[in-house]
Design a protein around this ligand. Structure first.
Ligand code: GAR
Length: 208
C-alpha cells in the first residue's frame, strides 16, 4: 500500500478528488497517511478531518525563520513515512533537502498545460488570468514530478480543456478543475501506486 502525504494550502478540492477516488476504488493500492497545510484556515484540513485522516498545520508564522519552518515541515513529512508526497495546491516552495530526499516521489498538480503559464508567480487563479489575457483557446492541467525548479520536473499526465469566450478566471478555473485536475491527479497516484510509471532521461511513461 502506497503511503501518500498530501500538502495543501487552501480549499482542498484536489485532496477531495483523491479521497473520493480511493473510496470509489478507482485509485487502488494507495492510502492517505496525512495532510499537511501551511495555512491553519485551509478548508482542506476540514476535509481531512471529516474523512478521519490526520491533518497537521505547519505554518511559517510559527517559526522565527525559513530554515526552522523548513525543518519542521520536513520533520512532519517524515513523521508520516510517506512513499509519495502530493502537492495539491501547496503554495509553499519546497525545501531543497526534501526534493533531494524524495526524488521522483513528489508530484504536483498545476492548472495549465506546462510549459505554458507556469513558473514563479503562476499559481491558483493567476494562471487562469494569464491564460485569458493571452487569449489561448485551449488550456488544461499537468501532473509532474517535482525537481529543483518551479514547474520544471518530468511530466506524468496532462489534459486539455477548452477556453470559452464568456470565461472569466473563476469559470475557467472551475472547468479546468472539473475536466482535468480532479481526473489526472488521482490517475497519477493510481499509476504510481500500481507500478505503472517509468521515468527515463526525464521522460515519463505511464502505462494504462
Ligand atoms: C488548484 O487549481 C491547483 O492546480 C493549483 O491550486 C489550486 C488548489 O485548489 N496549484 C497551483 O497553482 C500550483 N502552482 P484546491 O485547494 O481546491 O485543490
Amino acid at each position: 500500500m502506497l503511503r501518500v502525504v498530501v500538502c495543501v494550502s487552501g480549499g482542498g478540492t484536489n485532496l477531495q478528488a483523491l479521497i473520493d477516488s480511493i473510496d470509489a476504488g478507482s485509485v487502488t493500492n494507495a492510502e492517505i497517511a496525512g495532510v499537511i497545510s501551511n495555512n491553519p484556515g485551509a478548508y482542506a484540513l476540514e476535509r481531512a478531518k471529516k474523512h478521519g485522516i490526520a491533518g497537521v498545520c505547519v505554518s511559517p508564522k510559527s517559526y522565527d525563520n525559513r530554515e526552522q519552518f523548513y525543518e519542521a515541515l520536513l520533520d512532519t513529512v517524515e513523521g508520516f513515512a510517506p512513499d509519495l508526497i502530493v502537492l495539491a495546491g501547496f503554495l509553499v516552495t519546497i525545501p531543497k533537502q526534501m526534493i533531494a530526499g524524495y526524488k521522483n516521489r513528489i508530484i504536483n498538480i498545476h492548472p495549465s498545460l506546462i510549459p505554458s503559464f507556469c513558473g514563479v508567480g503562476y499559481y491558483g487563479l493567476k494562471v487562469h488570468e494569464k491564460a485569458l489575457e493571452r487569449g489561448v483557446k485551449i488550456t488544461g492541467a499537468t501532473v509532474h514530478f517535482v525537481d529543483e525548479g518551479t514547474d520544471t520536473g518530468p511530466i506524468l499526465l496532462q489534459k486539455a480543456v477548452e477556453v470559452l469566450p464568456e470565461d472569466d478566471a473563476k469559470t475557467l478555473q472551475r472547468r479546468v478543475m472539473e475536466q482535468a485536475e480532479w481526473l489526472i491527479l488521482p490517475k497519477a497516484v493510481h499509476a504510481i501506486a500500481n507500478g505503472l510509471v517509468d521515468v527515463t532521461d526525464g521522460r515519463v511513461l505511464v502505462r494504462e
